[in-house]
Design a protein around this ligand. Structure first.
Ligand code: DAH
Length: 353
């Protein structure tokens, strides 16, 4: 045999083998193919043996060609084999099952409400059941609403109660009146400006203070404001509403205490506390040994505030309150540091779902 006919035979074997391989669908057929092609007496093996019949100077090239054919067909064989095996396992159920129905399912991790969100919803629901409507307002606020119309004029020392984050943005008139709201109270004004009495709203939302953080202070937190304005509203309505709120959130037995406090937009203003649910008023760590826990600020809407939005203070009166949502959640769940709420620590957050 000469080199030329040897190479022709090689090409023919390749063509035949690849064609018959392409027709194969079962492992049995494939095994027969393997024996006939690559087996000890197979065609490729015969081809390799035939090298010795060639003239010496043709053997090197012929050997290379024969070996590359062997490698090619072995590779095709392996991939055909795994293709058929996969198909049989999946489709016909022969061989080992790939689907093990006894395996426990993968658990889907469900999200849960952030403890602040949960507290806001619970608190708002209590007031909704008393006829208040929940609304929201802007976090970027005007000086006019955050301060001035709440009876806190420019340069007034009462502004020191709220360390503000001002926004460095000039309006066309040259003023820079924008800030991140320091409390939700501006929504009292926005609400009254947009409707006539009677008003009953509760306003949850984010608030911001330029403050160093510690266990009880965050620079961002959540407040819940409330406002009721109508004819004949008195301090007795304020007390009844807020006392009822305290009982619904902290338990039937709670007593509320109202003590004078100053907020420029109310008169009289009050600090509202509840008797300590932990020690029932005896004094403990939760209440700082006083027996009382402060939960919010409140008061009767200042006549100047009513007049400022066009409500006649001779006809209408109202009460308002503001509380920290995180503070309520901290008290309810015994959380000792407000910074947990903003640390994005899943171990903390998942405890309240
Ligand atoms: N806005 C007050 C604050 O952030 C809280 C507050 C006090 C709101 C008395 C009120 C109120 O509506 O009547 O400190």
């Amino acid at each position: 045999m000469n080199e030329k006919s040897y190479l022709e035979i090689r090409i023919q074997i390749e063509k035949d083998a690849l064609f018959s391989l392409s027709q194969i669908e079962t492992l049995n057929e494939l095994e027969t193919w393997r024996i006939n092609t690559l087996g000890r007496n197979g065609k490729v093996t015969g081809l390799l043996r035939g090298i010795s019949d060639l003239p010496v100077d043709s053997r090197r090239k012929a050997g290379g060609e024969a070996n590359s054919l062997k490698n090619l067909l072995t590779e095709k064989y392996e991939s055909q084999k795994s293709g058929i095996e996969n198909k049989e396992n999946n489709v016909t159920g022969n061989g080992p099952e790939l689907l093990d129905v006894t395996l426990p399912g993968r658990s889907i991790s469900l999200g849960s409400l952030h403890p602040t969100t949960a507290a806001v919803r619970e608190i708002c629901q209590v007031f909704e059941s008393m006829g208040f409507q929940t609304i929201e307002g802007p976090e970027v606020e005007l000086d006019k609403y955050n301060f001035q119309k709440l009876n806190i004029p420019e340069e007034h020392p009462a502004r020191d109660m709220w360390n503000s984050l001002w926004i460095d943005r000039e309006l066309p008139d040259g003023s820079r009146p924008l800030l991140l709201r320091t409390h939700t109270s501006p929504m009292q004004i926005r609400t009254m400006e947009s409707q006539s009495p009677p008003v009953r709203v509760v306003v949850p939302g984010k608030t911001y203070r330029y403050e160093a953080t510690d266990a009880t202070h965050e620079w961002q937190f959540c407040q819940i404001e409330g406002l009721a304005v109508d004819k004949d509203i008195t301090f007795a309505n304020l007390k009844a509403t807020l006392e009822e709120f305290a009982r619904r959130i902290f338990g039937d037995k709670r007593k509320a205490r109202f003590r004078c406090d100053f907020f420029p937009f109310v008169e009289p203003g009050a600090e509202v506390s509840i008797d300590c649910f932990k020690c029932e008023g005896d004094g403990c760590r939760v209440c700082g040994n006083t027996g009382w826990i402060e939960i919010m600020g409140a008061g009767m809407v200042h006549p100047k505030v009513l007049a400022g939005v066009g409500y006649d203070p001779e006809i209408y009166s109202g009460f308002a309150w503001g509380m920290g949502a995180e503070r309520i959640a901290m008290l309810k769940h015994g959380i000792d540091d407000i910074r947990h709420f903003y640390s994005n620590d899943m171990k903390f957050l998942k405890q309240f779902s």
